[in-house]
Design a binder for this molecule. Structure first.
Ligand code: SF4
Length: 473
């Protein structure tokens, strides 16, 4: 029997994480009946031409779409396929379509949208397309209830109740050119996810909306078995665990570490950790993780102001992050802390508290890094919804959401003076607490002095460094 051809497309984006969501969706299809091709726009010199070629005669094109830059690329590919291959069904899934299914269906090229967890919902749609059906169960003009497909005025909205991810098959990394990602990342780092969703409720984050605060994690033995197989096949040296919150269950994490140790697998790894999880984590579990290769954790502190953390329902104490950082320091584990400034109406004292927290973390050593971001009103979050109610202008169409990173490169709640302070601090903290380098010692001393005293006037060093970088480029 001739197999139906399914093409999955990952749009261009400014990072090179492996397309794990599409690998999951492609792996969940019945491969005895469907031939799956995964095209990653980031690896293609001409993504539109590549997808047009791949979708010639294909039953369906599935596109995974994040808010921002990837939307523009996804739109270009979708419109081209719709024009060239009108019989190919086009399905969008991922974060943005999950938050805006109806708006996504306003795009003429999109036949269906998968909301939330995609493995089962996409497989079901494909089955229906293969049987010559439209994909709908509900009546025209009605959106389906949870657990069934429905039809909006213009297309199908497919959603399924979230399943435990242990029910799904092993991810088939044969769908991607693993070596190409190693080359782009400049390290043999495999991306892998052991869990899906998050139980927390941070009001700047869309995860609770998309996954309904549900969480499920793979059994530790399965994680180790799969990594064992992948390690022998791809010879990676590092794993980036891309879970939203890898350390959700300490016992499970400890068991994963023991499995890695027991199988004598030799690679390092990094993972996401909440500050409260790290503070509670048993030292023995952290030590087992260290022995099993844990080299760095990524922690979202978000703000140095407890008032702001409480406002955004982070359910975290600032001190917990420092307790975690100190534990990591004892065990030789690096920490990357994410911080956000410029929340709506954020007072200057809060921004100052965030910069103070950044300095305190950096002072722990060169392995303690911070990444400072400006707040952007991403969709599907309570903060953005509140802004909309206040009349703050938000993007409406897909084209407008595609431009959100350009139109809000800096938070409108940060004035020019504060912005200069933050930008200069970001520059000086990077240099000041970087690993010592004989050539940079004087510059590092000046940078640390500036940060400690918040003296950023006449940033001559910044101008020189930026000039040198430009000349070298
Ligand atoms: S920011 Fe992190 S901890 Fe908070 S809801 Fe989102 S994924 Fe969960």
């Amino acid at each position: 029997m001739r197999k139906h051809h399914i093409v999955l497309y990952n749009p261009r984006a400014p990072f090179f994480t492996m397309p794990l969501a599409l690998i999951a969706v492609g792996s969940a299809l019945d491969r005895s009946r469907y031939e799956v091709t995964l095209v990653d726009g980031r690896l293609e010199p001409d993504p539109v031409a590549r997808v047009l070629d791949a979708t010639d005669g294909a039953l369906c094109l599935g596109v995974s779409v994040l808010t921002g830059i990837p939307i523009r690329d996804a739109l270009g590919v979708t419109r081209a396929v719709r024009a060239r291959h009108p019989r190919c069904r086009i399905v969008w899934g991922g974060w943005h379509p999950s938050l805006f299914p109806r708006e996504t269906l306003n795009e003429a090229g999109v036949d269906a949208v998968v909301v939330g967890q995609g493995e089962e919902a996409f497989a079901d749609l494909v089955e229906r397309f293969a049987a010559g059906r439209t994909g709908q169960d509900g009546r025209d003009g009605q959106e389906g209830e949870d657990g069934e497909n429905g039809r909006d005025a213009t297309g199908v909205i497919a959603r399924r109740p979230a399943r435990d991810i242990n029910d799904f098959p092993e991810h088939d990394y044969g769908l991607i050119a693993v070596e190409r990602y190693f080359a782009l990342k400049r390290e043999r780092q495999l991306d892998y996810t052991t869990s899906q969703g998050c139980r927390f409720r941070c009001t700047f984050c869309a995860d609770p909306t998309v996954y309904g605060r549900a969480w499920s994690g793979l059994e530790p033995a399965r994680v180790a078995t799969e990594l064992d197989r992948l390690w022998h096949r791809h010879h990676f040296t590092d794993v980036g665990f891309q879970d939203e919150t890898f350390f959700t269950h300490a016992n499970r994490v400890g068991a994963i570490a023991e499995e890695i140790l027991g199988r004598d697998l030799h690679f390092t790894w990094m993972a996401t950790m909440r500050g409260d999880q790290g503070a509670r984590l048993d030292e023995h579990v952290l030590l087992a993780c260290r022995h099993a290769g844990l080299r760095r954790v990524m922690i979202g502190l978000e703000s140095g102001s407890q008032q702001m953390l409480d406002w955004m329902k982070k359910d975290l104490k600032v001190e917990q992050v420092f307790v975690t950082a100190e534990k990591c320091r004892r065990h030789g584990i690096a920490v990357l802390c994410n911080l956000i400034v410029g929340f709506p109406d954020e007072p200057p004292e809060s921004v100052a508290a965030t910069l103070d927290a950044a300095k305190a973390l950096r002072a722990l050593g060169p392995d303690f890094q911070v990444a400072l971001f400006y707040y952007r009103p991403y969709p599907g979050t309570p903060i953005t919804d509140a802004l909309a109610r206040r009349g703050h202008p938000l993007p409406r169409s897909l084209d407008e959401w595609a431009a959100i990173e350009e139109s809000t490169s800096h938070s409108p709640w940060v004035d020019a003076g504060k912005r200069a302070l933050i930008d200069r601090f970001s520059f000086y903290q990077r240099i000041g607490w970087a690993r010592p380098d004989a050539w940079r010692v004087p510059l590092q001393a000046i940078a640390r002095w500036r940060c400690r005293r918040d003296v950023y006037a006449f940033p001559i060093e910044k101008t020189i460094v930026e000039w040198v970088r430009q000349v070298r480029a």
